[in-house]
Write a protein that binds this ligand. Structure first.
Ligand code: BES
Ligand code: ZN
Ligand code: ZN
Length: 501
């Protein structure tokens, strides 16, 4: 996605993308020059009323006259008063997916023309770039007949065109930010989609090292021997059932060398496959548990974006990773684990493993006293029951942090809904024979899990995002493919951009 200075009607391309609101009864003034040089096809369309303008509805026009493009694609913006940047993100994604089918390689894009009054050019171009880049991604690594066009991102060119030099400058800045964020989110999806026979804790760590070299991050990988020496006994316990031994990845970005302190830490659960362990899960749907590494994959995308955006912040990313399998060497129900923090945990269910590995990683980073800790995890099935596939659960011990994350969710279109995790919930996690137990009963499952995590953050401002319902999807949307979604990369990068300003 790039930006060029030109009028839309003079821009030579295979296809020109325009937006239209629902209930459009008259040709918008912004389109009058385009319509005139296209032989009036747009005003004709409006007159005949053939296009509803519903969000993500599309229509292809074949213009007559002297316009420089071969085709015009109109995409619906929905109701004018319900419009938000996420509608634009989706419109861009819908368009990017569709133009491929027309064989158009170079598309002009003037989706911003109707939006100039409501949003800045930077915001608009960012949303277009994010939508087009994430909209076009699909996981095709193992599909033999998939051609290169479907496999790779990069052959389609979308060029946002505007005739004003000052607007072009702003569009370029937003486009650059949106491209980095979109590519980072796709990187997260690319790794999260990989199956358990390809991604295990060691190969995930190699992916982290590869990425770190590429974008300029420091990367430390602690293997099972180092983890044992450090007394990361919860990570060790969860990983003990698999021949694929656990790892802890620590990525460091120093964007503010004038201080040593850490502004924010992001921690992501990376269970490369969650069978449940000795408390084995039912077989139906178990294949989706390859997505149990999604939190950790999100950390990769976030850290990559932070480095490429050169944010003036110090950020660390932690990825505790293990494979949860049943075997002769697995941890068992009844085991008592002395975690890295020194607190002991009675294991009552080996399938509640995410909170175990997170407890060690959270406590390790909390001891460095970062300004904020944000963890993300496919932690509880109960969170999916509570919030469905539309919001992730947000839990926090800090009002300011919670508010900033809720706002970042709104801006990025990756929404979170706050749930409680206070004292009452912690009560449910107390064990009779250890400091804590790892399950708290069916009632308030996402909240008791969060309360457990909160015991390991040493009083730091902390937020936990339960992404169990958001990390992957079976539902193909016009702007989104099935599989890993890359949630909440956009949201967290948006939060970090805001605190860096
Ligand atoms: N990875 C699962 C949670 C999950 C379930 C994510 C469904 C996505 C979709 C987690 O490790 C788990 O198994 N949690 C248990 C906790 C229970 C034993 C307290 C659950 O949700 O059933
Ligand atoms: Zn589990
Ligand atoms: Zn899990």
């Amino acid at each position: 996605v790039t930006v060029a200075q030109s009028t839309a009607e003079k821009y030579k391309c295979d296809l020109l993308i325009l937006g239209m609101f629902a209930e459009t009864k008259r040709l918008p003034a912004e389109y009058s020059a385009i319509d005139k040089s296209a032989g009036g096809v747009i005003s004709e369309l409006i007159k005949l009323g053939d296009f509803s303008g519903k969000a993500n509805e599309t229509l292809l026009l074949y213009p007559k006259g002297k316009i420089a493009c071969k085709r015009i694609l109109i995409v619906g913006f929905g109701d004018r008063d319900k419009f938000e940047l996420n509608v634009l993100r989706q419109a861009a994604g819908t368009s990017a997916k569709l133009v491929e089918k027309t064989g158009s390689a170079k598309c002009g894009c003037a989706l911003h023309l109707l939006l100039a009054k409501k949003f800045s050019a930077e915001q608009i171009a960012q949303a277009i770039a994010e939508g087009a880049i994430t909209g076009r991604y699909a996981y095709q690594d193992y599909v033999s007949e998939a051609d290169d066009k479907k496999k790779g991102i990069g052959k389609l060119q979308i060029v946002i065109v505007d005739n004003s030099a000052s607007i072009v400058k702003k569009l370029r800045a937003g486009c650059n930010v949106g491209s980095i964020i979109g590519e980072s989110q796709n990187h997260t999806r690319m790794i999260a989609n990989k199956p358990g026979n390809e991604i295990n804790p060691a190969s995930l760590s190699r992916e982290a090292q590869k990425l770190a070299r590429k974008v300029g991050l420091k990367c430390q990988v602690f293997d099972e021997r180092q983890l044992a020496k450090m007394k990361m006994n919860a990570i060790i316990a969860v990983g003990s059932g698999s021949a694929n031994k656990p790892r802890l990845v620590v990525l460091t970005y120093q964007g503010n060398r004038s201080k040593k302190t850490i502004d924010a830490a992001v921690v992501g659960k990376a269970i490369t496959f969650d069978s449940g362990g000795i408390c084995i899960k039912p077989s139906a749907g178990m294949e989706a548990m390859k997505f149990d590494k999604s939190g950790g994959c999100a950390v990769l995308g976030i850290m990559s974006a932070v480095a490429r955006l050169k944010l003036k912040l110090n950020v660390v990313g932690l990825i505790p990773s293990a494979e949860n399998l049943p075997s002769q060497t697995s941890y068992r129900p009844g085991d008592i684990i002395r975690t890295y923090s020194g607190k002991t945990v009675e294991v009552q269910n080996t399938d509640a493993e995410g909170r175990m590995i997170l407890s060690d990683a959270l406590n390790y980073v909390a001891k460095k006293k970062p300004g904020a800790i944000i963890d993300m995890a496919t932690l509880t099935g109960a969170c999916v029951i509570a919030l469905g596939n539309h919001h992730a659960g947000l839990f926090s011990n800090d009002e300011g942090l919670a508010k900033r994350l809720l706002e970042a969710g709104q801006r990025s279109g990756e929404k979170v809904w706050r749930l409680p995790c206070g004292e009452e919930y912690l009560e449910q996690m107390k064990s009779k024979i250890a400091d804590l137990k790892n399950i708290g009963g069916r009632e308030g499952g996402p909240c008791t899990a969060a309360a457990f995590l909160g015991e390991f953050v040493e009083g730091c401002p902390w937020a936990h995002i339960d992404i169990a319902g958001m990390a992957d999807t079976n539902e193909e949307k016009p702007y989104r493919s099935v599989g890993a979604t890359g949630f909440p990369v956009r949201m967290i990068v948006e939060y970090l951009r805001a605190i860096s300003k």
